[in-house]
Design a binder for this molecule. Structure first.
Ligand SMILES: O=C(O)CCC(=O)C(=O)O
Length: 277
């Protein structure tokens, strides 16, 4: 088989059409819009545009494991830390405990069709560790570099599974997901955090991921989803089009696989979020 004839299925990536109904999408979008409305960019801009505030930046990021935090696009601020565009199109992502604060996100994570797909990976209880919205606003939506989710979400058995859900149509023009053209070879690196000092480091396990010569794109209609495991290299291009590309990602691990204390994401006192028994 040549690279050109590989399909997403060959790479272990499943596509689900029509996973999320338009009524649930409307409720998810309403919660996202409310979070954006409540977001005050000025304070965050002050922290993130000043290079001396590394520790505060780290604390903001680590705390987002347990709350709903908006993160600005890197091109959204000028040198003085002022927004160069409307707040609604300046946000890069919102995370990472959305399912703890929104009934719509909690319902999404427990959709029977989604759980059926987790069960295809393994028929055991699954636990949701993080939820996130990736906004990809028109014209300034940033690139997501090639990575494996298992680098950033470390469970003992390295069996994390990610589900990416399109809230709007996504294609090559506005930055749909893309995958490498060869099956995953193992985990390349681990992003580890020392929660005493707050410092993080990227530890190489194998050769760094290279951008594939012939990426395989995964265009989706609103409501469709893509499912793949934590070893699968993927990325998305910047959105230079006039069309927004809002999406949700949910990351699960088998409930029985211990969560590494070196994960940046620690839910601490938040209750465990099992999606099936
Ligand atoms: O939505 C995107 O553009 C990329 C999301 C992603 O790669 C992830 O959540 O791991």
């Amino acid at each position: 088989m040549t690279d050109q004839t590989r399909t997403l299925t060959d790479l272990g990536v499943s596509q689900l059409t029509g996973l999320v109904s338009s009524s649930l999408r409307a409720r998810l979008n309403a919660d996202i819009d409310a979070w954006i409305n409540d977001f005050e960019p000025a304070e965050q801009a002050a922290v993130f545009t000043s290079s001396g505030r590394h520790l505060e930046q780290q604390q903001f990021f680590l705390a987002s494991a347990r709350n709903v935090s908006c993160f600005l696009e890197s091109g959204a601020l000028d040198d003085q830390g002022q927004l160069i565009c409307e707040k609604a199109v300046a946000i890069n992502k919102i995370g990472h405990a959305l399912h703890d604060f929104s009934n719509a996100f909690a319902e999404l994570a427990r959709l029977p069709a989604l759980i059926d797909h987790l069960r295809l990976h393994s028929d055991e209880p699954w636990e949701l560790m993080q939820s996130m919205v990736i906004m990809k606003p028109p014209r300034i939506g940033g690139e997501v570099n090639w990575h494996q989710d298992g680098t950033f979400l470390i469970d003992e058995q390295k069996r994390c599974v990610g589900i990416w859900i399109a809230l709007e149509d996504a294609n090559e023009d506005n930055g749909c997901l893309q995958f490498g053209d060869t099956p995953p070879q193992g985990l390349c690196s681990l992003f580890e955090t020392d929660h005493v000092s707050g410092e993080t480091q990227m530890r190489a396990l194998a050769n760094a991921l290279q951008a594939p010569e012939h990426p395989i794109f995964a265009p989706c209609h609103a409501g469709d989803a893509v499912i793949f495991d934590g070893l699968t290299p993927h990325a998305s291009s910047p959105n230079r089009s006039s069309k927004s590309r809002r999406a949700i990602t949910l990351h699960f691990k088998p409930a029985a696989s211990n969560w590494a204390p070196t994960n940046w994401l620690q839910r601490d006192l938040l209750p465990r979020f099992l999606v099936n028994q």
